[in-house]
Design a protein around this ligand. Structure first.
Ligand code: URA
Length: 234
């Protein structure tokens, strides 16, 4: 009998990344043998324990699936519906897998997002030691000047941490590209705001070595093995 930590077991079963699984546990949404468990370190075994999330029984393994999505504006990266707003999972209405997004984009951000049911893979992509850089194309009201580029390059405080971009480059008049290592909420918007730039459009164009390319807004395709490798290739 192999016992595993509850958070690891949930990630392995494809419920969410390890970190997101911990959040589900803390929120009281996970039951083991009918009891709500709030400790991610609790040892469990799929062979002998009944594990459920939000009342649905979780089975040990699912076939792993991986998609890249060009997230449309207005869609929310959440597994839980709040109100009537469309969520990313609405793009996969016929899927039997428990899908989730790897990281999140703001409601008004478009671009590259990975959707999967593989919690371990998600953990690898997110984990800082993997050094997966994310690049964004940003359109602004103002023309980009040298002073803006200087301030953008310094970064900004996002929550409790100073985030410094890996690179910043002007593309044309009111458009720049920025690459960041962190995956913090609103980070690019906060960095732009510090440089006194008003963001009109924000699009993620790259995750590691995986490019958004010509995938149209609102569409998705399955990732190939090579695409998955590309993510860790830069
Ligand atoms: N940074 C942001 O500000 N927003 C996103 O959606 C992603 C990165």
């Amino acid at each position: 009998m192999t016992k595993k930590r509850l958070s690891k077991a949930l990630a392995g079963a494809g419920v969410a990344s390890r970190r997101a699984a911990e959040e589900l546990i803390f929120m009281g949404r996970v039951q083991v043998n009918g009891e709500t468990v709030r400790v991610p370190q609790t040892l469990v075994d799929f062979a002998s324990d009944r594990i459920s999330v939000d009342g649905s029984l979780i089975s040990k393994e699912q076939e792993k699936v991986y998609y890249m999505v060009n997230k449309p504006k207005g869609m929310i990266c959440s597994n839980v519906r709040v109100g009537r707003r469309p969520i990313i999972l609405d793009m996969f209405p016929h899927s039997n897998e428990r899908l989730f997004t790897i990281g999140r984009l703001d409601r008004d951000t478009t671009g590259l997002l990975i959707v999967t049911n593989d919690g371990h893979f998600a953990q690898q992509v997110i984990h800082p030691s993997s050094n997966v850089i994310k690049e964004y194309l940003v359109k602004t009201v103002q023309e980009i000047e040298v002073k803006h580029l200087e301030t953008l390059s310094e970064g900004a405080r996002v929550d409790d941490k100073w985030v410094k971009p890996v690179s910043v480059r002007k593309v044309r008049r009111g458009t720049f590209k920025i690459a960041v290592k962190e995956g913090r909420k609103h980070e690019v918007r906060i960095i732009a705001e510090r440089a006194k730039l008003d963001v009109v459009e924000l699009t993620r164009i790259r995750i590691g070595g995986l490019l958004l390319g010509s995938l149209e807004e609102g569409s998705f395709r399955a990732l190939t093995e090579n695409d998955k490798k590309q993510i860790f290739s830069l």
